[in-house]
Design a protein around this ligand. Structure first.
Ligand code: PGA
Length: 280
């Protein structure tokens, strides 16, 4: 197998609409305490994406543990983020949350274009692109999700669907420097919450394709296509402790966006641990 490029690795937990405030605080604390057992992990990043109402408490819980932890131990930094934002900076948009609110609550990142947002809340490609731009302009790291449905995969449309979602998601970012801020998450819809994950080879094939599309995107913005080598492309869809290592050891899989298995500190930390040896 080709060796992995020395990129960062990100293991992100998407808590979806789970966890009350107390439960969210407790989970964040348990993950932050437990990550000391991972040992030195200089290239690992951990992301926690709680429901919006818990974001500031989760950020505070993480920082409280980190402050007490010994410094200089190469602990993996923990990012806290939101599961969505509106593309406007503020306004009369009942029920929505802005990028600035996420930042002010201690967030550094945001999941955008998740398939549940696309399917249940009818978010379309252009809207996702506007949200990605808002995130980048505001200083949040966007995790742009792309992925095909089972019907699309069976119809041989996987690459055209993810290419379209990627292109629309980054369309408004005209500068290569902005593009380099985006993290991509490949999440085949048929693998989310179904227990049926893509095989490592299936994931790798799409990740390799996405990286080459990113290379073209850098080139069209006047930058060297090789800059796509630094981009993080996460896999999501039924990632569990027992399949994480094989997925993460693929050359173009730089981390995971984890749903169900991120709701317990123990299983989430096992997935984080699976990312550490792949980096050395
Ligand atoms: P899952 O969810 O790990 O429960 O399949 C992944 C996601 O939706 O991000």
């Amino acid at each position: 197998m080709p060796t992995k490029k020395p990129r960062l690795s990100l293991i992100a937990g998407n808590w979806k609409m789970f966890k009350t405030l107390d439960e969210a605080r407790a989970l964040a604390t348990a993950v932050t305490i437990g990550q000391s057992d991972l040992g030195p992990a200089p290239r690992l990043r951990i992301g926690l994406f709680p429901p919006a109402v818990s974001l500031s408490d989760v950020a505070r819980a993480v920082r409280a543990v980190e402050e007490k932890a010994r410094s200089g131990t190469d602990r993996a930094p923990i990012w806290v983020g939101a599961q969505n934002i509106h593309f406007e900076d503020e306004g009369a948009f009942t029920g929505e949350v802005s990028a600035r609110m996420v930042l002010s609550a201690g967030g550094q990142a945001v999941i955008l274009g998740h398939s549940e947002r696309r399917q249940c809340f009818f978010e379309h490609d252009d809207e996702v692109g506007k949200k990605v731009e808002r995130a980048v302009r505001s200083g949040l790291t966007p995790l742009l999700c792309v992925g095909e449905t089972l019907a699309e995969r069976d119809g041989g449309l996987t690459t055209s669907v993810v290419a379209r979602q990627l292109a629309a998601g980054i369309a408004v970012l005209r500068e290569a420097a902005d593009l380099s801020r985006v993290v991509i998450a490949y999440e085949p819809v048929w693998a989310i919450g179904t227990g049926r994950n893509a095989t490592p080879e299936e994931a790798e094939e799409v990740h390799r394709f996405l990286r080459s599309e990113l290379g073209r995107a850098f080139e069209s913005r006047g930058a060297a296509p090789e800059r796509c080598e630094e981009a993080l492309i996460l896999y999501g869809g039924s990632v569990k402790p027992d399949n994480a290592k094989d997925l993460l050891s693929q050359p173009n899989v730089d981390g995971a966006l984890v749903g169900g298995a991120s709701l317990k500190a123990e299983s989430f930390l096992k997935i984080c641990a699976a990312a550490v040896p792949t980096q050395s």
